[in-house]
Design a protein around this ligand. Structure first.
Ligand code: GLU
Length: 512
């Protein structure tokens, strides 16, 4: 019988979800959907010390923003409920006890002082990695070294204990990774990790394996930082007798800093001048807000497309993919083995492509809202014309209003540097005559008629238009740069245009 494909995203709510985590969620989602399977969200909140209020809501909101949806989650439970590990707490102990019965785990009673003493002893003996492992456990206080009666007495007395996995001394652990192929690790390099903590909470390793099994997970796609834990996970599947249904693993390569030097970390965002979080994140401890892609003006579909390409490519030169196209094209084989450099210029490029492909009517909504925030009412018709004018020049929706408001707001001042260089008698002559001609202009005034008229004016004055063009722009917009000037004239209309030119002629003086 073939099993239903089931994948999960299993974040720990320990702070804002980093974009690396969002990419992990996306790849899991794409693969699940591609295979016609299910995608689950499981909140791994067993580490109460690292729990951060608001982090779970942040994960939810981030993924909702990007349309990465779950078939089963804490808010939409299926038959694997509950989906928060803290709510599953009572079920883990039996699995730890089962491992003890099978001889693959043991009770350990060592105090923190005793553990520290062991580490010091090993460090003094120049052991590179002082660990609680198949060698050192023989000298510690645990159910492998103490008598059965003593263990029973200690347990009965309520003395705190942990349960550790008993890693075999000499065993080759083989693990297959869908991205890296076979990975071989010798068990002597692994330590006897704690599975059950003294507070009765399972550790990540135990809870993760038990839950993946109970939730019938078939594929685990996660960050490379979990690769060192994978041999232990493979052993746990074996110890439980769950090898038959062990999921397949794929460990995603790291996201690197733009210069390729090291991993892109949560702290990098503000230093490198771009966000590393999907949404703004308010750090309650220091009151600082870390920037989010959403608030910076990234469109969700563009950001998603960008993220998909951080480590994956379709094998040809196509770059623009909708979510359904990504699902169609996605494959684990096309995920690279080495780390991917984070390139913010590429993120901006995607945003520009998506923004330009949006209908003017949708973009106008942004412009109208931003204008309203400045106390200015812009009609839909005008907003669409402004959007059409500037959308090829902007990266973010907020720039639409910022770059076109000079057309709506009254012209009040002029770039003095441009004025000192470009304002001259030729410009005054052309503009004086142009203002008169447009005042008398009859008929539809569009970009073409504005241009024809301007050319005719310059010609009649025997002045080369190219020589006065920047002065014309300065007089009508106040600045030396901007979008297609003739289209600006068309939106301004003959009356406003003539008014601006006359204001400029009255304000600017020619310095010879
Ligand atoms: N809770 C782990 C994390 O925060 C999950 C790792 C895994 O997918 O196994 O990334």
């Amino acid at each position: 019988m073939t099993r239903e494909v089931r994948l999960r995203f299993a974040p720990s709510p320990t702070g804002a979800l980093h974009i690396g985590g969002v990419r992990t969620a996306l790849y899991n989602y794409l693969f699940a959907k591609k295979m016609g399977g299910k995608f689950l969200l499981r909140i791994e909140d067993t580490d109460q010390n690292r729990f951060v209020p608001g982090a779970e809501e942040y994960i939810k909101e981030s993924l909702e923003w990007l349309n990465i949806s779950f078939d089963e989650s804490p808010w939409n439970p299926g038959d694997s409920a509950p989906y928060r590990q803290s709510e599953r707490k009572p079920m883990y102990m039996q699995y730890a006890l089962d491992l003890i019965d099978r001889g693959h785990a043991y009770y350990a009673f060592d105090t923190s002082e005793e553990l520290e003493a062991m580490r010091e002893r090993l460090t003094a003996a120049r052991v590179v990695q002082p660990q609680y492992n198949s060698i050192t456990r023989t000298q510690m206080k645990n159910s492998l070294t103490l008598s059965e009666e003593e263990v029973a007495a200690r347990l009965a007395s309520g003395e705190p204990y942990v349960i550790r996995v008993k890693i075999p001394r000499k065993e080759e652990v083989r693990l297959h990774d869908m991205i890296r192929g076979w990975v071989m690790v010798h068990s002597s390099t692994l330590d006897d990790k704690v599975l059950m903590k003294s507070d009765g909470m399972p550790t990540y390793h135990l809870a993760n394996i038990v839950d993946d099994h109970l939730m019938r997970i078939t594929h685990v796609i996660r960050g490379e930082e979990w690769l060192p834990s994978a041999p232990l996970h493979v052993l746990l599947y074996k110890f439980f007798g769950w090898e038959e249904t062990m999921p397949e693993f794929a460990h995603l390569p790291l996201l690197l800093k733009p210069d390729g030097n090291g991993k892109l970390s949560k702290r990098d965002g503000d230093k490198l001048g771009f966000p590393v979080f999907p949404l703004n994140w308010e750090n309650k401890e220091n009151g600082e807000t870390a920037a989010g892609f959403r608030e910076q003006g990234y469109l969700p579909d563009a950001f998603l497309n960008f993220l998909a390409f951080l480590g994956w490519n379709p094998g040809d030169d196509r770059e623009i993919f909708s979510m359904s196209e990504l699902i169609e094209a996605f494959s684990i084989e096309r995920i690279g083995k080495s780390g991917t450099k984070f390139d913010i210029a590429k993120a901006k490029w995607f945003n520009e492509q998506y923004l330009r492909a949006m209908p003017n009517s949708e973009l106008a909504v942004f412009l109208i809202a931003d204008a309203a925030a400045d106390g200015i009412v812009v009609s839909t018709e005008k907003a669409e014309a402004l959007v059409e004018l500037v959308k090829g020049r902007v990266t973010f929706p907020a720039e639409l209003w910022a770059q076109s408001k000079f057309i709506v707001l009254p012209l009040s001042d002029f770039d003095q540097e441009i004025a000192s260089k470009r304002w001259n008698q030729d410009a005054v002559n052309v503009l004086t005559s142009y203002a008169d001609r447009i005042s008398q202009f009859d008929g539809p005034f569009d970009g073409i008629s504005a241009k024809t008229l301007l050319e005719a004016t310059a010609e009649s004055k025997e002045i080369k238009l190219g020589k006065v063009m920047q002065a014309v722009r300065l007089a009508t917009t106040g600045s030396g740069v901007g979008p297609d000037l003739m289209e600006v004239f068309a939106i301004l209309g003959t009356q406003e245009l003539a008014k601006r030119i006359r204001f400029a002629l009255a304000t600017l003086s020619v310095i010879d």
